[in-house]
Design a protein around this ligand. Structure first.
Ligand SMILES: Nc1ncnc2c1ncn2[C@@H]1O[C@H](COP(=O)(O)OP(=O)(O)OP(=O)(O)O)[C@@H](O)[C@H]1O
Ligand SMILES: O=P(O)(O)OC[C@H]1O[C@](O)(CO)[C@@H](O)[C@@H]1O
Ligand SMILES: [Mg+2]
Length: 946
């Protein structure tokens, strides 16, 4: 495939930050890639007006950069952990179709960063063989002077893309002719305990493998299927075999715990069966045990095939052909016990189930004033118990990583529970991990915990063991997306591997899909279990990821808030206010709960400003927060303190300042969306006039639209996605039952296509229209053609309901109803098209487990920020020469955002000035473009791109 360069058919420009970089780059690009340097004289031309870059023109043939060129550009690629934000790109290319480039880069496994950069409006970064950071932009090359010529023409999504009608009809796709590598026979297997999302892994692996021209196989019943062999257990899969399974729980290809695979003879047999079936790559989705088995199979492979050849069980030809076996792991387990990845497929679904169960238990516990001991799964790992403890604001938890001694655990639990009761709590929830132990390795059973609560505290106590309910049900959105993206990545990984590549594990690090060495992950995971076995709990904890430790510290601070001596000395205790601004979003109450309880544990005084800035200006709506009144706020939806869209300037900023002065707030936490973002900017800008705003201020982004600049994750967007996807699942079922119907679903999100994009991926929708792209008539035409062809070919035989998602703001001319009418008429009435508008249902009911735990983490980080930033601004509080522009003060009014795989504090001034499209109420750059392509790829949608 060719990526056309825009500016000039025969020349393009690139620029570098200094002359040395430029010379190196020119040399490289002109000699190594065979481009002709057109104007060497331009090398020293300094482009003051364009930000101080150097620019040179190089001739390039009309075709632009070919795949081969791009492959050469990326010989020395580094791990994409590089924090590219701190660099300005050395070289910037402007390409005509950014998405083509993205696909090319990802096919070649180049490290890609798609992210906004406040200095350069460059959309994609990667690294060239010289180690230069190079950037690509489709729209606004800072160095380009030639305006791009835009021409509308249809392009396929990827070189190997096929139209939906072909794939949906299950015909053989064209092989990927762009790659010289031989095509592979890729098998996928699920193993160990089932986990919600495993089906989505199989779906993504099968479709991506076929999409790339490979053959896809499913190994049924885990390793048992490999050992038994034959087409019944190692079955070739077609495109349509995985249709609709994305949203189903469990694993349709079966799983097992297979004893015989643990022994070498079992693995010899598995090896023989794989060779008979022609399998040369295996993607295993399972827990630590399954991946240990996979690692063993790969490391023993040479000796296994040798043994088979020496025993004449395979021919010499088979021996040579199958010398290489590539294995790739995806962690599927509800336990979330695998090292080097933040989340395993299924863990968040199990957590959601636990939260739902405890929410139900809460009501009955409260009614009878009872205590409940809730036992959750997790053999060697306390992740589920810990996260459930936070998300349900449990009174006490037992996890294997942090045990107390056999003598102490009863006293410790009773002290906390008794204090909570003394302060008026009517119910008690204790969560016990299945693998809970004492520090001398004695198992702590739920029954023992119950007996202690009864005997010592005289509490009416019941035990609820949640058992396999936790593993059942449909996957939550997070798991569907994680599984789909990891399945796609796993296929790419096996295609990239050669015999020397260590087997990869597809993991997740701070919301980014990453590849890690499988062996290392297995080793660290095993050492956690070993550390626990030898009572080295400090080591076990240190081997868990840093977020685990952070969550545990947070839980302990929150659940002892009401009775422990505060941890800060008097002079460091502050008055901290919290306010909700904008529309409701899941997790807003959780943030207040976590903020307040954490404040209490530190000795700060927490206040809530009710009903936003309008409430403050009109009714002086400041209330101090008391412990008992927020008891169940972690798990309730909406906004208990009330939220309002008005900004300080919309109301009366002088009055707001007056009340800040009156209450002597030392810090402010805003929780909200774009209005909260604007409010923060207004308060910061007014610091010159009003000293009461000279305090640390931090925004926790919370909006279902996920459109706050400075973060890739707003509170509430996960709750919204789950509400929307649940709604869509119901529609799909209805559409499937009637056979000849599609639904056009109208999705909220303002000018942000985030919700529509991720919901499309999580539901397997046939397509989505978003404000960033608008509705292109050629795309609409192609979509209708594909739908029509699919209905004609299916002839009512298949059951999968079809959905199209449309963001409200994708087009105001083509409304949801108009779109449905056009589809129906242009589809020659081959199918019916109905509309569905979930509206404010998308704000969600109860906050999702992810939004609850995320809210707790962010709120506590926000309080810590105020603690740290307070001294920086204190001396300026009443300064007459206060300088609003002072860069050190700019750092005291910030957005707490997750970006570039880290949580960070971004000064509001910079975000507002450089990264915000104010009129659109959007960040300048979005990060979900690639996800749109993956969503389309998995349903075989043809993209017509501008
Ligand atoms: N050391 C090993 N060597 C070979 N095979 C193994 C090994 N450990 C596990 N396996 C294989 O993997 C299967 C699943 O392992 P296990 O029962 O530990 O579940 P898991 O993959 O850890 O998943 P989960 O713990 O989430 O249920 C085993 O039944 C066995 O077939
Ligand atoms: O379903 P089984 O085989 O009883 O296994 C239960 C175990 O599997 C898991 O659900 C996943 O490892 C554990 O939490 C639990 O201990
Ligand atoms: Mg396991």
């Amino acid at each position: 495939m060719t990526v056309p360069v825009v500016n000039g058919a025969k020349t393009f420009r690139f620029a570098a930050r200094n002359e040395d970089l430029l010379s190196e780059a020119v040399d490289f690009y002109s000699r190594r890639l065979g481009f002709v340097l057109k104007d060497d004289g331009a090398k020293s031309k300094f482009l003051e007006s364009n930000g101080g870059g150097l620019v040179v023109e190089i001739a390039i043939d009309e075709k632009g950069l070919s795949s081969e060129d791009i492959r050469k550009l990326h010989l020395r690629v580094k791990d994409s952990d590089y924090d590219l934000r701190s660099f300005a790109p050395s070289v910037v290319f402007e390409v005509k179709y950014l998405n083509d480039l993205l696909i090319s880069l990802s096919n070649l496994n180049c490290p890609i960063k798609v992210m906004p950069n406040e200095l350069y409006p460059v959309e994609v970064y990667t690294m060239d063989p010289l180690g230069n950071l190079i950037g690509f932009t489709a729209s606004s090359n800072p160095f380009t002077v030639v305006p791009p010529v835009q021409k509308l023409e249809p392009i396929a999504l990827q070189p190997e893309a096929m139209s939906q009608s072909v794939t949906e009809a299950g015909l053989e796709p064209a092989a990927d002719s762009s790659s010289s590598k031989p095509k592979r026979n890729i098998a996928v297997m699920t193993s160990g305990g089932d986990a919600p999302g495993m089906n989505a892994v199989v779906y993504a692996v099968v479709r991506t493998a076929i999409f790339k021209g490979c053959k896809a196989f499913a190994v049924k019943e885990g390793y048992e299927g490999l050992v038994r062999g034959g087409p019944q257990y190692i079955t070739e899969m077609e495109w349509q075999d995985v249709r609709g399974i994305l949203s189903e729980g469990g694993t349709n290809i079966g799983t097992a715990r297979c004893m015989s695979f643990r022994e070498r003879p079992g693995r010899v047999q598995a090896c023989k069966n794989m060779i008979d079936a022609g399998i040369d790559a295996l993607i295993v989705c399972g827990g630590d045990g399954s991946l240990t088995g996979a690692d063993k199979l790969r490391s023993e492979w040479p000796s296994l095939i040798k043994e088979l050849r020496d025993n004449n069980q395979i021919t010499e030809e088979q021996y040579i052909k199958h010398k290489q076996l590539n294995i790739c792991g995806i962690v599927g387990s509800i336990d979330n016990d695998m090292a080097t990845t933040d989340a395993t497929v299924g863990a968040y679904s199990a957590l959601a189930r636990i939260c739902k169960a405890v929410d139900y238990i809460d009501a009955t516990a409260n009614s009878h004033s009872r205590a409940f001991v809730v036992e959750v799964m997790g053999r060697n790992c306390g992740w589920l118990a810990l996260m459930a403890g936070i998300a349900t604001s449990a009174d006490y938890i037992f996890i294997p990583e942090k045990p107390s001694s056999s003598k102490d655990w009863q006293d410790q639990m009773c002290e906390i529970v008794a204090t909570h009761r003394a302060h008026g709590k009517r119910k008690t929830i204790v969560i016990v991990a299945e693998g809970a132990i004492t520090s001398d390795l004695k198992h702590i059973s739920s029954k023992e915990v119950k007996d202690v609560l009864v005997e010592r505290l005289n509490l009416d106590t019941r035990v609820t063991t949640l058992g396999h309910v936790q593993r059942g049900g449909t996957p939550v959105v997070f798991d569907r997306i994680l599984a789909s993206l990891q399945g796609v990545e796993a296929v790419k990984a096996v295609l990239d591997c050669d015999e020397n590549t260590p087997s990869p594990l597809i993991g997740l690090k701070e919301h980014k899909i990453v590849r890690r060495p499988l062996m290392e992950a297995v080793k660290i995971t095993k050492s956690v279990a070993d550390a626990i076995q030898t009572s080295d709990f400090e080591k076990a904890m240190a081997l868990r990821d840093s977020e685990f430790i952070e969550h545990l510290n947070n839980f302990m601070a929150m659940n002892t808030a009401d009775h422990k001596e505060p941890s800060l000395p008097l002079e460091k205790r502050r008055k901290i206010a919290i306010i909700h601004v904008g529309a409701p979003a899941g997790g807003m109450n959780s943030a207040v709960y976590a903020m307040a309880t954490y404040c209490m544990s530190r000795g700060h005084k927490p206040y809530a400003i009710h009903n936003g800035f309008a409430g403050l200006a009109r009714h002086e709506s400041v209330r101090s927060i008391d412990w008992l009144s927020i008891e169940n706020w972690m798990s309730i939806g909406g906004s208990e303190i009330g939220t309002n869209r008005s900004t300080p300037l919309d109301t009366d900023i002088g009055t707001i300042a007056h009340y800040f002065e009156k209450y002597q707030f030392d810090g402010l936490i805003l929780v909200g969306g774009f209005e909260a973002f604007v409010s923060l900017k207004q308060l910061e800008s007014a610091r010159g006039m009003y000293p009461s705003f000279r305090i640390p201020m931090v925004l926790i982004p919370a909006t279902i639209s996920n459109n706050v600049p400075g973060t890739e994750n707003s509170l509430g967007s996960d709750t919204c996605l789950n509400a929307l996807v649940e709604y869509c699942d119901v529609l799909k079922q209805s559409a499937s039952a009637t056979r000849d119907r599609i639904f056009v679903v109208e999705v909220q999100g303002g000018n942000s296509g985030y919700i529509a994009t991720y919901a499309a991926l999580a539901t397997g929708a046939q397509g989505s229209y978003v404000p960033e792209e608008g509705i292109d008539l050629s795309q609409l035409e192609a979509d209708i053609r594909s739908l029509k062809e699919a209905f004609v070919l299916e002839k009512g035989r298949t059951k999968t309901g079809k959905l199209i998602l449309k963001s409200t703001n994708a087009s105001h001319v083509l409304t949801t109803q108009v779109l449905a009418d056009i589809m129906k008429i242009e589809g020659n009435n081959e199918f019916d098209a109905k509309t569905a508008v979930p509206g404010h249902v998308q704000q969600g009911g109860l906050p999702s487990a992810i939004d609850r735990t995320r809210a707790a983490r962010l709120a506590i980080k926000a309080v810590q920020f105020i603690e740290d930033a307070f001294p920086q601004i204190l001396e300026h509080k009443y300064a007459v020469d206060f300088d609003v522009e002072d860069p050190s003060l700019a750092k005291t009014a910030v957005v707490l955002g997750a970006k570039s795989s880290h949580l960070r504090f971004f000064p509001i001034g910079r975000l507002y000035e450089y990264e915000t499209e104010l009129t659109k109420r959007m960040p300048k750059k979005i990060f979900w473009e690639e996800t749109r392509y993956i969503a389309d790829q998995l349903v075989g949608r043809t993209r017509i791109s501008k």
